[in-house]
Design a protein around this ligand. Structure first.
Ligand code: ATP
Ligand code: MG
Length: 391
């Protein structure tokens, strides 16, 4: 019997039926893959996933904390299904961990187990207190001891760690995420992954106006995101010709609107090509001229594809907190030029009209440049370092 045990509690507990089975199977696969090098024995049940291990608890815990779909993880010990062994183990844990206060809570999945939950909790309390355990606090114990009597054994959980939440990765399909070098889009990408969505990234590059160095920046961002989803693909769109044509044929206040309509048209074609069921951006309502509701309406009109905006109503300060938590912030603030900023008009339209945007678009054959841009998309493989690789 392995001495230590990690009990994985599922996120989104309202999930039921077939969905729940798919949730558990997907999470089980992801955990098995992520912990392959540690070789622990992993068991799934309808309520929890159990990971039996001998050592390297801290390393395994820090891996588990990154895996989407896990609500919390409890550190437990397995013990023979015998009242005396259970009491001794509880006492051993309390004397070793020395909490200020504690409380025993018993749950019996095995109803055939002779002693009732209440009676067992009382017996454990009395035994531990007479063997040097600290005081019991039934209302707010520092260490709630959770004793679970299952068919296959007894488990005592004594510490809990928060998980990443969300859905198991790969459960909700694949999304093409528009990734700039800024602060917002990497955070949006992270939130999508946490929701169980696999992502591929699309970047619009306009060399020589934008520098090649942005690719290094994006690679560094993706390498960090690879902690949550390995082997994320980066597709780079050659955008220079289209952008030059926009600035030649479109009145300055409409340049950004038209440019973003072109980006979405390209993104839709690329999403279909890469088998992605939606497009995602790091837009946040009101942040800049192209992100007012009126702008979004005018820009969105060119596609019927679903657009996910995970940050739509998130404040910049909260976005920054998440960017710092996942480590992308320091990379995002490195100076760079984006295709959205290089030709930025002095007074972009904050309430653009579709009719006017369409009028400017009719003055030139933009559609053939769109097709060429899609044909010219280059795939850049980001190879994560071995320690980052999850799947
Ligand atoms: P970010 O911090 O993510 O760059 P932002 O606040 O600077 O966002 P914009 O530059 O208007 O806002 O871009 C809004 C969204 O459009 C970005 O979050 C990203 O999803 C997408 N985007 C902008 N520039 C590019 C680009 N060069 N390549 C791919 N997507 C882009
Ligand atoms: Mg940007």
């Amino acid at each position: 019997m392995a001495s230590k045990l990690l009990v994985v509690h599922f996120g989104e507990l309202s999930t039921k039926g077939d969905n729940k089975k798919q949730f558990i199977d997907c999470l089980y696969r992801n955990i098995s893959h992520a912990l392959k090098e540690y070789g622990p024995s992993i068991k799934k049940t309808y309520d929890h996933i159990y990971i039996h291990l001998e050592d390297r608890v801290d390393e395994i815990l820090s891996r588990l904390k990154e895996i989407p779909g896990i609500q919390r993880i409890s550190l437990s010990e397995e013990v023979e299904k015998d009242i005396d062994r259970i009491k001794e183990k509880c006492s051993e844990i309390l004397n070793r961990e020395k909490p200020i206060s504690w409380k025993a809570k018993v749950k019996r999945a095995d109803k055939k187990f002779g002693t009732s939950s209440m009676q067992l909790a009382q017996e454990i309390g009395a035994y531990c207190l007479s063997h040097g355990a600290p005081k019991v606090d039934v209302h707010g114990p520092q260490m709630p001891l959770s004793i679970e009597i299952r068919i296959d054994g007894a488990y005592i959980s004594y510490k809990e760690y928060p998980g990443a939440g969300g859905y198991p990765l790969g459960m909700n399909g694949k999304v093409l995420t528009l990734l700039s070098g800024g602060i917002d889009s990497p955070v949006a990408a992270y939130l999508l992954i946490r929701r169980g969505l696999l992502i591929e990234c699309l970047h619009f590059a306009s060399p020589p106006y934008t520098s090649e160095a942005v690719i290094d920046k994006l690679s560094d961002i993706i390498e960090l995101l690879n902690v949550y989803q390995a082997k994320i693909k980066l597709h780079v769109v050659p955008f220079t010709k289209l952008q030059e044509a926009i600035y030649e044929h479109v009145a300055e206040p409409y340049c950004i609107t038209v440019m973003r309509r072109m980006m979405l048209r390209i993104a839709e074609k690329a999403a279909r090509k890469f088998g992605c069921a939606a497009i995602a951006t790091g837009e946040s309502v009101g942040q800049v001229a192209s992100q007012t509701l009126e702008s979004m309406l005018c820009i969105n009109e060119v596609t019927s594809y679903p657009i996910l905006r995970p940050l739509a109503v998130t404040d910049k300060l909260d976005i920054i907190i998440t960017a710092k938590k996942i480590g992308t912030y320091d990379i995002s603030i490195r100076p760079y030029e984006d295709c959205c900023t290089i030709f930025a008009p002095k007074a972009p339209k904050t309430k653009p009209k579709s009719r006017e945007a369409a009028y400017y678009e009719s003055k030139f054959d933009f559609m053939s440049l769109i097709d060429k841009a899609v044909e010219g998309i280059k795939d850049i493989d980001i190879i994560p370092s071995e320690s980052n690789r999850l799947f």
